[in-house]
Design a binder for this molecule. Structure first.
Ligand code: TMP
Length: 194
């Protein structure tokens, strides 16, 4: 089974990936997008530096990372449990939010990059506006977080829309819950005990 954890900044994605990795240890393959392969790590550095002028070029680099990740990590391990920090769902959601490339092209190009292999389930760590506001007030903000509450909630909506467009099973989890309760819910879903 191939699953992905998605969520906006401050939703607790890295914490949950860490907890799942402790729980599953060698019994699952842990990976991420962008940057899950050696080439992908170089691409990640370029795109996250934020110096690119062309949004199309940036989008194509995310796709290059995704295609390499598919060949190197997903396809060879498809019979195992794969847990990915982000996926094609982020790819589609962030591109939709930019309004530069039309929806049909975004979907076609992502299908091309992945050969149509998508996560079986996506866990969205979901924040309410109030909880997001509280979390942002508690920390020093980075570039993306400085774009504010509305921007981040727009991305969260786009993550849901991306699952709908890609026809991927979406499991929304209230990110304000205790860390261990969230982990337990994800494990239950992975193991088919709803
Ligand atoms: P993170 O993996 O550390 O969360 O950061 C990755 C950043 O890249 C995050 O802001 C989301 C963004 N992103 C895209 O814009 N397009 C993509 O296809 C992916 C996978 C991520």
């Amino acid at each position: 089974m191939y699953v992905a954890v998605e969520g906006i900044d401050t939703a607790g994605k890295s914490t949950q990936i860490g907890e799942l990795s402790k729980y599953y240890s060698e019994r699952a393959v842990f990976t991420k997008e962008p940057g899950g392969t050696p080439t992908g790590a170089e691409i990640r550095e370029i795109v996250l530096r934020g110096e690119m002028k062309s949004q199309k070029a940036e989008f194509l680099l995310f796709l290059a990372d995704r295609a390499e990740h598919m060949e190197e990590i997903i396809k060879p391990n498809i019979d195992k449990l794969i847990v990915s920090d982000r996926s094609v769902v982020s790819g589609v959601a962030y591109a939709l939010s930019q309004n530069t490339i039309n929806e049909t092209a975004i979907l076609h190009l992502n299908r091309f990059a992945t050969d149509g292999i998508y996560p079986d389930k996506v866990f969205l760590l979901e924040l309410t506006r109030t909880e997001l506001r509280f979390r942002l007030s508690q920390k020093e903000l980075d570039g993306i977080e400085l774009r504010g509450e509305d921007y981040l909630l727009g991305i969260q909506d786009a993550l849901k829309k991306a699952c709908e467009l890609l026809k991927i099973e979406l499991i929304c989890i209230d990110a304000a819950q205790e860390r261990e309760d969230i982990t337990a819910q994800i494990i239950k879903h992975i193991e088919g005990k709803k």
